[in-house]
Design a protein. Sequence first.
Length: 491
Amino acid sequence: MGSAAVAGPLTQAVTGPGLPSLPFTALPFTAAEQARIAQATALPRDFTRPQPFEALAGGAGTVAGAAAFSSPLANLPPGEGLDFRGGQALFDRGWVSAPASTIASDGLGPLFNARSCLACHPGGGRGAAPAGPGDLPAALMLQLGVPDPAAIEGYLTAHPDPVYGRQIQPLGLPGQTAEGRPRVAYDEIAIPLSEGESAALRRPRYELAEPGFGPLDEATVISPRIAPGLAGLGLLEAIPEQAILALADPDDADGDGISGRASLLPGPEGQPVLGRFGWTAAQPTLQAQIAHAFAHDIGLSSPLYPEGHGDCTPVQTGCRAAPDGGDPEQDGFEISATALDLVTRHARHTAVPARRDADAPEVLAGKKLFHDTGCAACHRPAFVTRRLPEAPALSFQLIWPHTDLLLHDMGAGLAGGGAGASGQEWRTPPLWGLGLARALEPQAGYLHDGRARTLLEAVLWHGGEAAPARDRVATMPASDRAALIRFLESL
Ligand code: HEC
Ligand code: HEC
């Protein structure tokens, strides 16, 4: 059990009046249920056939194919289906500037990254990565943070850049000074593999070209982040906290070289809350993550971010002075409490794709390698969600996300605005749906900034705690490497 340390330099202090976690009553597991859960989620020993229910990655609500990323959980009660479609419409909606005749769709900006959620999460999947050097696609944003040297040990927080705020918004409404053009250049690194094979990794260098308000503060750290796929997030939110904390081992007490730590964030009353969402687990709930996206990515206020000017700092006076789209007929926010709730429930109830070919011999061989190589130490295969009588679709589901939702030191190669003092800690991402990313967005990339063009490249970037696992992949027989990748594609 971890004495779970806390959020890193780019973790934002949670803002807003209050942060309800899952708004449902959770029943404790009985002793008999706990025994069943331990058995169902134990690491496998028999690799000759799939484990029971393994193909149903998202439990009973699993949906076949890439459509899962924009479909409701199959076991969602019919009454909830209508709200899912309502949330989907808001997710897809392209926002316009205020004042507009369509009051319900206005309030965009003044500065923004994109006009809709869909623009960065196409089909609910991960966003397009850069094909090569040049301007960044919308889905790859530059977050900003100034680490606080005076932060008390424990809650390390980062301040926004004094001029540019929490992230670069490359777009602005007419009349606004745009913040600049985020760009990337790549250096190729050749990686020799066994049997004469090799791989080429592209190491990114980011810069803000044509900065609209002068150069970035010297102390500001840039943290590139690409939009992840949005499958099964309500199920991740429903994993019992204790199940995640039980996997944390911040001081590596068991000496296995893997020391995940929980992302603990300051909650509304100062009590720590568990972060789960985003590449650094910097957001505790889907509602918090989504309100943050509305405010920072699209420039829309909501009850959690009441200011109409989004991420504009006091220095950005033109932006502060722009009209806002708060609708007095609603509750005065550009995104009303009702709209925020609809979009949150949409994300919470989005399905997970079924495994493909989980019983194919090469996939089973790859699964064995995944376990033998040490991948499952962080990419924890299975959990059982809380018992939630009011949310039957999310309740007591055996799910296969392949993540521990903990932060891991991934080494200097992946440093740059991650969590922790070193900026090289990242949350283990869920791997479900990985093999369908390209079906939704042909230009999809892997890792927190989409730098990996293939799954093998993603694995070869692993360092730090995962360096031994990476080395095993580089030196294993080429046919084993192919089987391991085949397993990842089946997820
Ligand atoms: C400009 C691109 C962009 C837009 C627009 C955008 N997102 Fe995202 N989204 C991202 C990025 C980048 C991340 C990762 C953030 C991080 O690591 O801090 C993310 C993360 C998320 C997550 C967390 C997923 C996880 O696996 O933890 C959710 C949920 C989400 N976005 C929903 C939305 C919704 C709903 C909207 C519309 C209100 C939206 N996003 C708009 C880029 C975008
Ligand atoms: C020490 C924990 C740890 C181990 C061990 C580990 N991973 Fe990861 N994995 C991570 C983290 C953290 C990331 C995200 C890193 C980033 O985005 O910079 C990640 C990312 C990935 C991704 C990209 C996912 C995405 O959504 O883009 C793949 C694929 C992956 N891991 C596969 C593997 C495989 C295969 C192994 C075993 C050879 C392995 N991992 C071992 C922690 C681990």
